[in-house]
Design a protein around this ligand. Structure first.
Ligand SMILES: Cc1cc2nc3c(=O)[nH]c(=O)nc-3n(C[C@H](O)[C@H](O)[C@H](O)COP(=O)(O)OP(=O)(O)OC[C@H]3O[C@@H](n4cnc5c(N)ncnc54)[C@H](O)[C@@H]3O)c2cc1C
Length: 560
């Protein structure tokens, strides 16, 4: 079933109101304002602290085998050089009300979606712009989110001849945070800069405009194209002829009472830094002869890794760890074979990490969690409880849920709320919308595991198909700037695969749920799982570090 954003919902309000960007408005077009190098600030705000140079990434399955050669930077069509984009977009920054934490996570009301649609006479993504800029605006591709697949798209733009059209990257964080190294960061072995890629620098190298802002809703523009509404800027949407989404996922149950206020998280990954700081503060504040009770909610791969890392860090700081994993399901590591699961349980038991299954955390308090237990091993109501259990730290690592941006937008979604794409990674309704990573599902295929390896595999396919779209759109342009207006959103990107266009035929992604899993067990070893094989060795850790290191090197070498 395809579910579009509700008509009466965020994107359904089409009543014209004043203040929208439109033809004949007294103020300049919003995209022409705020020029200048560095981060653009519309409405002030402080750039969050972070290292000027970016950091790390990983290739969990070792699937990224792109070229290492770096080609000289080519400015995008239109010829502007870095720093001062003619559309005034380059490295624009829209301040977030709560840095590093989604509005949805914090339990705040969602952004209003499309509250200020464009002026009725304003058609298409470039309307209101001078002809020279119009041509670029109607071909603008907006990449929403700086996830793994979009790293590959940026790399492709750095390494191969730049296709026509303008590309903009919108990311709520200036950095891509690399999850594979979160355990090492929590143990105190790696600093934040060693977990980050500098998206702004990568975008600059790729000739891509960078906008640091959270996308709150994506709505269809009248005529064709899309309006990307940025949080905190409801009157000033970003216009797009085509879109690609790689916005990851959010933890399930993040709206339960107290979770936003008291639980720690690593999604978005930027919050790993906050977790590390709290962990160190709480641990150091405890007297040496007392325990540090920490609760990890969720027994997936991330929960197991983080629990072991917390245990190692608390021990390292000379305190006594009392780390527990609370898992709602009947066992940890869902989707893993029993043999591998037993191996993981054995590692946890030997380390002294307690695991309880069939237990649901229903509320988080400042120093405790409120839980209910399944009765007789049955995962159904009624459950025993609620009971309050101690936890100086509660880390929320439940499974993945779709980012609320999707429900707030006019996009084709599957029954679970993920962007539904076909094997070309294009939206199943044929709109010029693509996607990759945790936020998509591939129609006709079982859901893929939410792991970084999937967007790493999708990256080259996405890059090729977006490139073909841009090249096809460039061909379709007769110089009048009307290409994007021709046939509405559905036909807008269809030229990518049409006969006679320079755009290549679309490439296909082959969904494969199997992948090499390498869990950092925080003891110098890693737990390797590959089909029926399961090893817990130093060699597995060496392999993980090597795969991670290669991924890091690849993207670091592209940052300008
Ligand atoms: C502790 C931990 C360890 C993990 N280790 C591994 C591992 O070893 N191997 C593995 O395969 N997987 C691992 N995973 C899972 C992996 O991190 C995710 O599956 C992967 O990051 C998903 O990649 P993605 O490209 O979909 O999105 P992400 O990498 O999550 O990137 C999405 C980006 O979009 C940005 N964004 C989100 N919403 C918006 C918005 N509205 N507007 C603008 N920007 C937005 C985010 O800030 C983020 O930068 C781990 C997860 C955790 C929590």
């Amino acid at each position: 079933m395809h579910v579009h954003g509700p008509r009466g919902g965020p994107c359904g309000d089409r009543t014209p109101r004043g203040g929208g960007p439109g033809r004949g408005r007294p103020h300049p077009h919003p995209l022409l304002r705020g020029r200048g190098p560095g981060h653009h600030r519309r409405g002030g705000g402080r750039v969050r602290p972070g290292s000027p140079e970016g950091g790390d990434g990983h290739d969990p399955g070792g699937h990224h085998r792109g070229r290492r050669r770096r080609r000289p930077h080519r400015p995008p069509v239109g010829g502007h050089e870095r720093g001062d984009g003619p559309l005034g977009l380059r490295e624009r920054r829209v301040p977030l009300p709560h840095p590093g934490r989604g509005a949805e996570e914090a339990g705040r009301p969602q952004a209003p979606g499309c509250p200020h649609p464009p002026h009725p006479g304003d058609h298409g993504p470039g309307a209101g712009l001078p002809p020279a800029l119009l041509r670029r605006a109607v071909h603008r591709l907006v990449l929403v989110g700086g996830g793994h697949a979009h790293l590959a798209v940026l790399a492709s733009l750095v390494e191969s001849p730049r296709p026509p059209g303008e590309v903009v990257l919108v990311s709520e964080d200036r950095h891509h945070w690399y999850s594979g190294r979160v355990p090492a960061h929590l143990r105190g072995e790696l600093e934040p800069r060693e977990l980050q890629f500098d998206l702004a620098a990568l975008a600059r190298a790729a000739g891509v405009e960078f906008v640091e802002a959270r996308a709150a809703a994506i709505c269809r523009a009248p005529g064709s194209g899309y309006l990307v509404h940025l949080e905190g800027e409801p009157d000033d949407p970003l216009r797009a002829a085509a879109l690609s989404l790689d916005v990851g996922s959010v933890p399930r149950g993040a709206r339960l009472p107290g979770v936003a206020e008291h639980a720690l998280a690593v999604r978005p990954m930027a919050r790993a830094r906050e977790l590390r700081e709290r962990l160190d503060t709480v641990t150091r504040d405890r007297p040496r002869d007392t325990e540090v009770p920490a609760v990890v909610v969720g027994g997936g791969a991330a929960g197991v890794e983080v629990a072991l890392a917390l245990h190692a860090r608390i021990t390292e700081l000379g305190r006594s760890p009392a780390v527990r994993i609370l898992e709602a399901g009947p066992h940890i590591l869902p989707g893993w074979r029993p043999k591998a699961r037993r191996r993981a349980m054995d590692i946890l038991r030997r380390r002294g990490v307690e695991v309880e299954t069939g237990i649901r955390v229903v509320e988080v308090e400042p120093h405790a969690v409120v839980v209910e237990r399944d009765v007789g091993g049955l995962q159904s109501a009624p459950r025993a409880g609620p009971v309050r259990e101690p936890g100086l730290l509660a880390v929320w690592l439940t499974g993945a849920a779709p980012p609320p941006l999707l429900a707030a937008s006019e996009l084709p979604l599957d029954d679970d709320g993920y962007l539904e794409v076909d094997t070309t990674l294009r939206a199943t309704d044929g709109a010029p919308v693509w996607g990759g990573g945790d936020c998509i599902s591939v129609a006709g295929h079982p859901p893929l595991p939410k792991a970084g390896v999937q967007p790493v595999r999708q990256g080259p396919v996405l890059a090729a198909n977006l490139r073909a779209h841009l090249e096809g759109a460039g061909d379709a342009d007769d110089g009048s700037g009307k290409a994007g207006e021709a046939g509405g959103a559905e036909s807008d990107g269809a030229s990518a695969g049409k006969a006679g266009s320079r755009g290549a035929p679309p490439r296909h992604f082959e969904p494969d749920p199997t992948f090499l899993a390498l869990l950092d067990t925080s003891d110098g070893r890693a737990l390797l799982r590959w089909r029926g094989l399961c090893l817990h060795t130093r060699w597995a850790r060496w392999l993980k570090d090597r795969i991670d290191g290669r991924f890091v090197e690849r993207y670091r070498s592209l940052e300008s």
